[in-house]
Design a protein around this ligand. Sequence first.
Ligand code: RUQ
Ligand code: CUA
Length: 643
Amino acid sequence: MTFNACKPKGAGSALSGNAAERVYIPPGQHDEFYNFVSGGFSGQMTVYGLPSGRLLKLIPVFSVNAENAWGFSEETKPMLNTSHGFVPWDDLHHIESSFTDGMPDGRWMFANSNNTPRLARIDLTTFATAEILEIPNTGGNHCSPFTTENSEYVIAATRFSVPPDGPASDVPISSYKENFKGHISFVSIDKETGEMDIAFQLKTPGLNFDLSSAGKGVSNGWLFISTYNSEQAHTLLEVNASKNDKDFIMAINWKKAEEYFKAGRGKKQTNVRYAHNKMNHETFTATSEIKTEVTVLDVTEFDDLVYLIPCPKSPHGADVSPTGEFIVGSGKLAALIPVFSFAKIQDAIQNENFEAELYDGIRVLNYEAVLHGEVEKPGLGPLHTEFDEKGNAYTSFFVSSEVVKWDLKTLEIIDRHPTYYSVGHLMVAGGNAKRPYGKYLVAYNKITKDRFLPTGPELAHSAQLFDISGEKMELLLDFPTLGEPHYAQAIPADLIKDKSVKIYDINANKHPYKTNGEAEARVVRESSNVVRVYMTTIRSHITPDVIEGIQLGDTVYFHVTNLEQDWDMPHGFAIKGANNSELLVMPGETITLKWVPDRVGIFPYYCTDFCSALHQEMSGYARVSPRGSSTPITYYTGEPRTE
Ligand code: RUQ
Ligand code: CUA
């Protein structure tokens, strides 16, 4: 039996009678979906099971993570390199899947960083970040990442228009209208390897790009981007960028843009600098390359690339329905939700039904002509819309703290349900795909208040799981999240779980400082102040576990190879006083910890991962002597030996 209260009084009510049963995954059983959730200002991605809401993994992306040495080991430091140098943190807002024919294919997740503009690609066989690409000519990479129907491109657009990179960017901020430009990057994805590369950028007049969706189905080949600050204000945006009744959704014919690019109509810009970081899965070592060239097409030089659709008022989400026919604009300050029709947009372009020309000749489509209709009195502060497989849309309302379900065709409201509180993004399983999975909706709430036990001034954010299989939405579960989640992607577990990498084949390990078995473990003084330790781990000892001959002033590199070839058998490594993290070395992998001892004495080191009954015994000692000491390099496990 189920019962629904429309206005729950307390924090806990409005639950269906058997909600617990429907989220309960018995011990030892697996969830139906992987849910990849953005970590917002934590810079990371988390993976939850649905419907249980159980946290399965934190994947470090843009922020250092001491738990597994992301950004601390020598191998991973290059992943966080940028044209500004090493940047150890970012703000990860949105996650989007790779697609094949408009459906998640379980290969990669893409993620954006909002502060120092970057795109990341996460490999779903290892659940690790494989690549990070910096985006030039942009300031804030909020409008990102959005994948086209067959992952031809991942699109990344600037949140803040800024003057293009280079020496001419030193301009008065009050010259926004003349000098500030928007850039929309088309990042190509290699079909085999997933490798990213900026194919080209579109340069636009100065506007703020917020969010976007690639067209699909009938609208495949197009891109829809919400813009705000159509006023082109440069100060007190809260007021000055909220004056116009309507801002715009920019409709971009990206297939045309690609044609122009291939025909050589773009201009090479050579005063950019952006980092391209790749993890090599044979050496486990990342490289960072600074690139200096990008091809730019100025949209004002073409008359069939870009159109503006008026959209009330400061639109945030621009979401495309599963068939590709409807584009839903969510104006943060609007009292209605406009739904645009792709067919009508095409007609209006054909018939030149324009209501204005703005910003150096960009044509503005007639609002009425391209409108499918408006959802009346939906709620306050609409932000994001997702879709199910039955023709329904679900919109989140930040101000009125609710999720509203409505019919895409009739635009009638079917149901509304409170969230606790201030929902930002919402996500339907497959809700941005051509054939949504439906079944579950998760609301990602911003302000938690009383949902969980208090934890000091900062409370855990809450996600709320709804069952959307029936006519009415049913709240099933609250679960706490890490950081501040924005977007997420839920993917059937079957698409991913059998591809999960279990171990790295130690014979395929091409790390230059790999140790081939314990017999080769050794300590080498490479120069007057560099010592390399070729170290191995296997249950339950570290080789070598006695090291002498290190001198004050040395830099010591521990190259730790985990000799295990069993699933779920990492070993850790940490040494006293290191200004660094631990290492967590997967079976068959080699990782390096850099250590600069600051005093003489004996420094214990040990395995940090409880790997066996004799894990506590898995330890060793390093001796540090004064500079110039006569103590020779000595190392052994069990039997003393020398270099
Ligand atoms: S945006 S709710 Cu990046 Cu809506 Cu967060
Ligand atoms: Cu190896 Cu604990």
